[in-house]
Ligand binder design. Structure first.
Ligand code: GDP
Length: 325
């Protein structure tokens, strides 16, 4: 089989008939990436859902890659969760993610995947990194303990990409998105991230007429939120324009205190009651705003503002609720 990327060079559009495997295509991020690639004209985007491959299983992963032989791989497969899930299940967050990454990278190398993008997270950076966080602050300080197991696994993923570049000359890359949200998110109240959790809490309070909604922590930590449609567009841009061992940050360049996020979500769902803070719950890292100048210099910027993204995500949430009834 001829290599579909044989005549392709960095800075040029990838051939739209190249087979792209999006690992994790049934999740929040992978589904957005697969959607965006198809909308951008890719005709051969494959996921693992139908084949039901467990990427934690090395043999199954190797077999799947052997059969599908993609030219491009996007690794959006991960065990992910919010502050409570990460703190409660560090073993799974460490081992599942280490396995998924090692299995995918090894199998992708074996079948000669030319371009691979591994997705991580902004929690790989030190808890007290200078803000906004530059890519070169990686491994310069201690991690935030509520998600250190996940962070170590993702740092190992970055090292995996760098090692394949160094040892085998693979032009593989890694990107570190900030906190993500969008349609298809996990709205579980204990395990999810803050944005979907608050959306559901405020929605249910409005529907039931509850006078208050409880927000965890003090409301003072700041977080940056990127819509997954923006992330998906950034992924394609990076696959076509970025070729460097350093991970690259993907964010919007602004953050908000959790208290402001809570007010925005309350406005979005039309909740008019009071917000109370449960300070027995952890705040986590005080701030993790990404420095996105490297990404901006590649000619990409996000387009979906937080209020707009909240409104469309809430519409999706309502549609889902309607569909389940
Ligand atoms: P983090 O970014 O890794 O800390 O993960 P989260 O998205 O889970 O939490 C972000 C911040 O939102 C933390 O300070 C949480 O304490 C706070 N937060 C407030 N209310 C909630 C909630 O209902 N669920 C979650 N997951 N976080 C909340």
């Amino acid at each position: 089989m001829t290599d579909p990327l044989a005549d392709w060079d960095i800075g040029r559009p990838l051939p739209r008939d190249a087979r792209v495997f999006v690992a994790g295509s049934s999740g929040l991020v992978g589904s957005a990436v697969a959607r965006h690639l198809r909308a951008a004209g890719f005709t051969d985007v494959v996921g693992v859902r139908s084949a039901r491959v467990d990427l934690r299983d090395a043999d199954a992963t190797a077999r799947f890659l052997d059969e599908t032989r993609p030219a491009v791989v996007v690794d959006a497969a991960a065990r992910v969760g919010g502050i409570a899930a990460n703190a409660a299940e560090p073993v799974e967050f460490l081992h599942d993610n280490l396995r998924i990454q090692a299995n995918l990278l090894d199998a992708a190398h074996r079948v000669g995947v030319g371009r691979l993008l591994l997705l991580g997270s902004s929690c790989i950076y030190p808890k007290f990194a200078d803000q906004p966080i530059r890519e070169d602050s990686l491994l310069t300080g201690a991690l935030e303990p509520t998600n250190d197991a996940y962070a170590i696994a993702k740092i190992a993923g970055i090292m995996g990409v760098q090692s394949y570049r160094r040892e085998y000359g693979r032009s593989w890359i890694s990107a570190m998105p900030t906190n993500l949200y969008g349609p298809g998110d996990n709205f579980d109240l204990e395990k999810s991230h803050v944005l979907p959790a608050l959306m559901r809490k405020f929605h249910e309070a409005r529907v039931s007429g509850a006078p208050t909604v409880t927000v965890w922590g003090t409301g003072t930590p700041r977080r940056e939120f990127l819509h997954t449609d923006d992330l998906a567009a950034a992924c394609l841009h990076l696959l076509e324009h970025y070729d460097d061992p350093s991970p690259i940050n993907v964010g919007v360049g602004e953050d908000v205190p959790i208290a402001d996020l809570a007010s925005l979500v309350a406005d979005t769902v039309a909740f008019t009651g009071d917000i109370v803070y449960d300070t027995s719950r952890p705040d986590g890292t005080p701030r993790k705003l990404l420095d996105v100048s490297r990404l901006l210099s590649l000619g990409w910027k996000p387009t979906i503002g937080l209020a707009e993204g909240l409104a469309s995500t809430y519409q999706w949430f309502l549609d889902q609720q309607g569909a389940q009834r």
